[in-house]
Design a binder for this molecule. Structure first.
Ligand code: ADP
Ligand code: MG
Length: 476
């Protein structure tokens, strides 16, 4: 009697052999998701979840696959992949394409060696926590202590939506961008902690792009790229911080692209941060950037006065410290760049209060701030100001010191003088000297012109604020 083999039986037999030949984790990652579809004319068709999956199987397991298919179907047996290229939705079915496996000589198929290595956790370090699914999250970053304001409303509420329904909102990926110290890391970690709190068995992973790059390089060195990929493909919620760091790192980007696609297609949530909007990310592949735009991009702005007040109050409250309202107002008013800096001032204030055994009052606050402004003076020197301003206005450094009266150079020169006056302890005379031997009245005039323009010209004011950030950030 002729036995009619069905595809499920054949595939299950194949799996038995495969299972014995590779590590458990690889088996779970690469073979469990496969669905046998059909068996006709000695062609076994299996469905794989993505193009990446197909490529991976072909690259790493083609020999083994060939071998098991020969065993089951004889030397005429062939394997074909059906690749899901589009997940589909309620209205449309998933789209697939079929591809036959590459031709592999039987000799190669027979020479397959069982896999030696087991899955390696790239975060694993002997000294630190060895728990495999450690999320690498800092639990002190929560939504509860993330103050809401106009500056972060969209990003925060999108983050909250994602935290409650990871992978199922249209905010996938969620990309949060903004300048340094504005709360990107806090927000995305809060998302991770929230998900972890609601679903302890979900594998949430937070990783900085820098660490991702280093792990990837390490895996290249130790021949364990496959383990690296396997590990990341297990993640349910991937939070990757500061993706601008991937810039120019092509191989890492390629790997990230594959991981991204695979996770996204399997309905896993991806959350990213960047220090600028995706369109300004230089040195990132176009195909990666276009993926970033699939979901939602939300920005964080500098907090306004009220939000800064609320942030200070919250921090003080959680530290169990009381400070008078007029001091909070003074701090919120004086430190207007970013939240990290605001925290720095608070810490310094608390330290000075306890060191000197003094109550926190306006006088002490002013002293604490003065200390920080002195830091600014020692950190930001004239050269740095001239260089930064020249770069910003795209004029040469020399032209700032030259005699030329071209309009754009005059503006850059005046702005540089203004900052020199503001952020250094140079006298007017000394400033003039460093700008090509001009006299102090020229410096006074420049400072006045810039101050007037700040008051009257909104665009100009914005440029000054942008530059200001560069000088203040350096001082932190
Ligand atoms: P970024 O990653 O954008 O550089 P961080 O997330 O590290 O900034 O934030 C810097 C500090 O400011 C952190 O200690 C964070 O807790 C705090 N912070 C930022 N935004 C807020 C906010 N809206 N409410 C409370 N704290 C905040
Ligand atoms: Mg950060």
């Amino acid at each position: 009697m002729l036995m009619v083999k069905d595809c499920t039986t054949v595939w299950n037999n194949c799996l038995q052999v495969i299972k014995d030949n590779i590590g458990e984790q690889s088996y779970k990652t690469w073979f469990e998701p496969i669905v046998p579809l059909s068996l006709a004319n000695n062609v076994l068709t299996i469905q794989v979840p993505s193009q990446f999956f197909y490529e991976w199987l072909e690259e790493h397991y083609v020999g083994l696959l060939k071998k098991v298919v020969f065993q089951e179907l004889g030397s005429e047996g062939r394997l074909e992949y059906s690749i899901i290229v589009d997940q589909g939705n309620d209205h449309s079915k998933p789209q697939t394409v079929n591809i036959p496996t590459k031709k592999v000589p039987a000799a190669v198929a027979n020479s397959y060696r069982p896999e030696q290595s087991f899955l390696k956790n790239p975060f694993e370090s002997k000294a630190i926590d060895r728990h495999f699914f450690n999320s690498q999250l800092n639990q002190s970053y929560t939504f509860e202590n993330y103050i809401e304001g106009d500056c972060n409303r969209l990003a925060r509420s999108a983050g909250y939506a994602v935290a409650n329904k990871p992978g199922t909102t249209s905010f996938n990926p969620l990309m949060v961008y903004g300048g340094v110290g504005l709360g990107k890391t806090h927000l995305v970690q809060a998302i991770g902690n929230h998900i972890k709190g609601n679903n302890p068995d979900k594998f949430v992973l937070y990783v900085s792009s820098e660490k991702f790059v280093n792990q990837f390089i390490e895996s290249l060195k130790t021949n364990s790229v496959q383990d690296f990929a396997n590990f990341y493909l297990l993640v349910d919620i991937l939070i990757i911080d500061d993706v601008q760091f991937l810039s120019g790192k092509e191989k890492t980007q390629e790997m990230f692209f594959h991981i991204f696609n695979h996770l996204h297609q399997s309905g896993k949530q991806i959350v990213m941060t960047s220090d600028c909007p995706p369109r300004d990310l230089k040195g990132l592949e176009e195909r990666l950037l276009s993926r970033f735009k699939w979901g939602l991009t939300a920005d964080l702005q500098s907090p306004d006065f009220e939000t800064r007040m609320a942030i200070i109050q919250k921090k003080m409250q959680s530290d169990g410290i009381h400070i008078p309202d007029n001091v909070i107002e003074y701090l919120a008013y004086s430190v207007d760049t970013n939240v990290r800096e605001l925290e720095g001032v608070l810490i310094s204030l608390i330290a000075q209060s306890s060191l000197n055994r003094k109550e926190i009052d306006l006088e002490l606050a002013k002293a604490a701030l003065k200390h920080i402004i002195e830091d600014v003076e020692t950190e930001v020197n004239l050269d740095f100001i001239q260089k930064t301003v020249a770069e910003y206005f795209q004029v040469s450094l020399d032209s700032l010191k030259a005699k030329t009266r071209k309009k754009e150079i005059v503006t850059a020169r005046q702005v540089a003088m203004y900052f020199a006056k503001e952020y250094t302890s140079h006298s007017l005379k000394s400033i003039g000297y460093h700008f090509g031997g001009r006299d102090h009245s020229t410096v006074i005039h420049s400072v006045q012109t810039v101050s007037d323009l700040i008051d009257t010209d909104k665009k100009f004011k914005a440029s000054i604020q942008e530059l200001q950030k560069k000088f203040k950030v350096k001082a932190v």
